[in-house]
Design a protein around this ligand. Structure first.
Ligand SMILES: *Cc1c(COP(=O)(O)O)cnc(C)c1O
Length: 456
């Protein structure tokens, strides 16, 4: 085979380390409408100085920036080099099994040390905090992916890391905890008795499984009350989505190499960071008229974008964070214990929410069993065992590929394989033994949440 033919039939499209992006892409510059302001407790817009007790100055600037391109510091690119650029794969065996004329591509973010896309932002956040002379970062983690990523990043820049881990995950995923400890972090099960927010929840419900909303309240409380400690959030905020755009920027270069371009882009969506990271760089072309469709995929048990209210709400259960306009199931949302697949946050990124509200981003919710079925099919064809979160995107892609088979369309489908599932085998076990069930979040609960939204 000549090299051209060889590239056209490539299974894996790689870039050199010198092709790691040197700027992040800020979608705000290309959005048809400016983002809604974030509001403080008095209903007035939050100013950057109000965020200073919690966040590094570098990330606060990024949070409110409307610059299209933001330089990636060399120190951050230097660490990205440990695993970036991540490969773009063509899922040829999956295509063949489905018998679809569609071309299926995926970006493998599971190659990072923590096993997901999350270090892309953790490394950047640790860097900016180090720049500001911060000694310690405190955060929350649900399934453990973000906590491990921040533990890794803290270790790389010499920062202490304290992680409040949602109690049910702390118990179900002990090896995520030991991974965080390997990278030097302290891990506490949330709700804990270390914070007022945690004690309040334990008084109401001593057996509480915890939730991301509770763990955020605990982490924010610690950061707000100590001088040399800052808070770090693994998703949702504009700067986190910004950092993740290295995924889509690399993917665009990789598609150029094979002369392709996606018709549809899929990513699992919890707080929106890997979706924003994979899809936003393509939005620039969409804004310029290219008909690319961007699809955020979420669980039916936490259907924030597809069934939530588009309204101002708090980011945490105690109502300590500023108010953002976003799709929300209510800040007191408690995920059903039966749900195994992550993506359990009650709200979503303000940017993703606004684009979804304006019809520029689509949302799709998928039932739990279908996501695991898709993940197993993928693993059997492509080899990689995906994270349960990633299975949501895979299920949506498989559905679309089957649809293409019926219509005979040779669409190019691209999805973000946001992580591997090596620490999630207990969830796969529960799927294999039939312990998992489908669960649709009740309409009643969605209606009731509306009444408890803050009045703005
Ligand atoms: C955290 C996580 C997600 C979802 O989070 P987003 O904020 O929506 O990116 C998806 N996949 C994996 C593997 C994750 O760790």
């Amino acid at each position: 085979m000549g090299s051209d033919t060889f590239m056209k039939s490539a299974s894996k499209i790689t870039l050199g380390e010198n092709e790691i992006p040197d700027h992040w892409y800020n979608i705000v510059a290309d959005m048809p409408n400016p983002p809604h302001p974030v509001l403080g407790p008095d209903g007035n817009p939050v100013t950057p100085d109000m965020l200073a007790p919690l966040f590094a100055s570098g990330v606060i600037e990024q949070e409110v920036s409307a610059e299209r391109w933001i330089p990636i510091p060399d120190e951050v690119r230097e660490i990205y080099r440990l695993w970036r650029p991540s490969p773009l794969h063509r899922a040829r065996r999956l295509e063949a099994t489905l018998g679809t004329p569609a071309k299926i591509y995926y970006k493998n973010e599971g190659v990072s040390p923590a096993g997901s896309h999350k270090p892309n932002s953790a490394v950047a956040q640790a860097y900016y905090n180090k720049q500001d002379g911060i000694k310690k970062l405190v955060t929350e983690t649900g399934a453990g992916q973000w906590g491990s990523s921040l533990a890794l990043a803290g270790q790389m820049f010499g920062l202490e890391v304290l992680v409040y881990m949602v109690k049910i995950s702390y118990e179900q995923k002990p090896f995520r905890r030991s991974m965080m400890q390997t990278w030097g972090a302290d891990v506490v099960a949330s709700p804990s008795d270390q914070t007022q927010a945690g004690r309040d929840i334990l008084t109401q419900d001593p057996a509480s499984n915890g939730s991301l909303g509770v763990a955020i309240s605990e982490a924010v409380e610690i950061a707000a009350t100590s001088e040399d400690t800052n808070y770090a959030l693994g998703s949702v905020l504009n700067h986190v989505l910004l950092h993740q755009t290295v995924i889509g920027l690399e993917a665009k270069k990789q598609f150029e190499k094979v002369g392709g371009y996606p018709d549809m882009i899929f990513a699992p969506c919890g707080g929106g960071s890997n979706f924003g990271g994979a899809a936003f760089p393509f939005f620039a072309d969409k804004a310029a008229g290219k008909p690319v469709r961007l699809v955020a995929v979420e669980p039916t048990s936490c259907p924030t974008l597809s069934r939530g209210h588009y309204a101002y709400d708090f980011g945490d259960v105690a109502g300590t964070t500023p108010l953002t306009k976003m799709y929300t199931l209510g800040h007191d949302f408690m995920p059903p214990g039966i749900h195994a697949g992550g993506l359990r946050y009650h709200g979503d990124s303000a940017l993703v929410s606004q684009l979804c509200h304006e019809g520029l981003v689509e949302a799709q919710a998928i039932n739990q069993l279908a996501t695991f079925e898709a993940g197993v099919t993928f693993a059997q064809q492509e080899g990689i065992v995906p994270a349960p979160e990633s299975n949501h995107a895979i299920a949506a892609v498989i559905q679309e590929a089957i649809h293409c088979k019926e219509t005979g369309e040779g669409k190019t489908l691209f999805f973000n394989l946001s992580g591997h599932g090596h620490f999630d085998m207990a969830a796969y076990d529960r799927y294999f033994t039939g312990e998992l069930e489908d669960y649709e979040y009740p309409e009643e609960d969605i209606k009731n949440a509306l009444a408890r939204l803050p009045k703005v």
